[in-house]
Design a protein around this ligand. Structure first.
Ligand code: CA
Length: 228
């Protein structure tokens, strides 16, 4: 399916921002439906069955969280929150309500489009993306081989599991609970602390500067995101 047939519902009460989003999304070949309140957003979601929602949290009638909860009760459609609220607790609440990603205002247009494209894309099979570049390393997911500037790098089984889940969801936010569920199951990964330890190990093995990760990024309060 091409982008031309994809519709994005923008639930946002600031007319200027709606206009900016419309221009941006239409240039990227999305069809745009607008709603200026939570009530309207819920209605348009049911009427238009959009392929993606962008939802502001500070809406004049109700909280945007209610739009997320309402839509999630009947649809798995990807939802990106676009909000001025930057507290971790707001992000966690939005994700728990069923949002897929969270962007803080003011936002960068390229970043927004990258997130829109990422959540619109279905998770690929690892076989589709057998090789990825992570900094100076070539990661061969099919053969479980990492080659770096200094030769082969060994990853543990759990590190492979984590890396595969992140790469399969490239560009997308992967929540801690999703990683804990999908990467090897409870046998290896008991909690977010052990996840953090494994992430640290992975960064030391793959990132050019592990203290400032560019590829295996932490999204505070939310989870992790891989970008090539
Ligand atoms: Ca608002």
């Amino acid at each position: 399916m091409t982008n031309a047939s994809r519709a994005v519902l923008v639930v946002e009460d600031e007319p200027q921002l709606r206009r900016v989003l419309r221009t941006l999304l239409e240039l990227a070949n999305f069809r745009v439906v607008e709603a200026d309140s939570a009530e309207r957003g819920l209605l348009e979601a049911r009427t238009h069955k959009p392929d993606l929602l962008i939802v502001d949290l500070g809406l004049p009638d109700r909280d945007g969280i209610e739009v997320i909860t309402g839509v999630r009760s009947w649809s798995p459609v990807p939802i990106i929150v676009l909000s001025a609220r930057s507290a971790e607790s707001d992000k966690v609440a939005a994700l728990e309500a069923g949002a897929d990603d969270y962007i803080t205002k003011p936002f960068n247009m390229d970043e927004l489009l990258a997130r829109v494209r990422a959540v619109s894309r279905r998770a690929g099979d690892v076989s589709d993306i057998a090789r990825v570049r992570v900094g100076g390393h070539t990661v061969d997911l099919a053969r479980h081989l990492v080659m770096g500037p200094a030769g082969e790098v060994e990853l543990t089984p759990i590190e492979w599991e984590i890396l595969e889940v992140l790469v399969r969801n490239a560009g997308k936010l992967v929540s801690q609970s999703q990683l804990l569920t999908e990467a090897g199951g409870a046998a290896y990964l008991r909690d977010s602390n052990s996840l953090r330890v494994h992430m640290t190990h992975l960064r030391h093995k793959l990132e050019p500067d592990p203290a400032r990760p560019r590829h295996l990024r932490t999204e505070p309060g939310m989870g992790y995101r891989f970008s090539a």
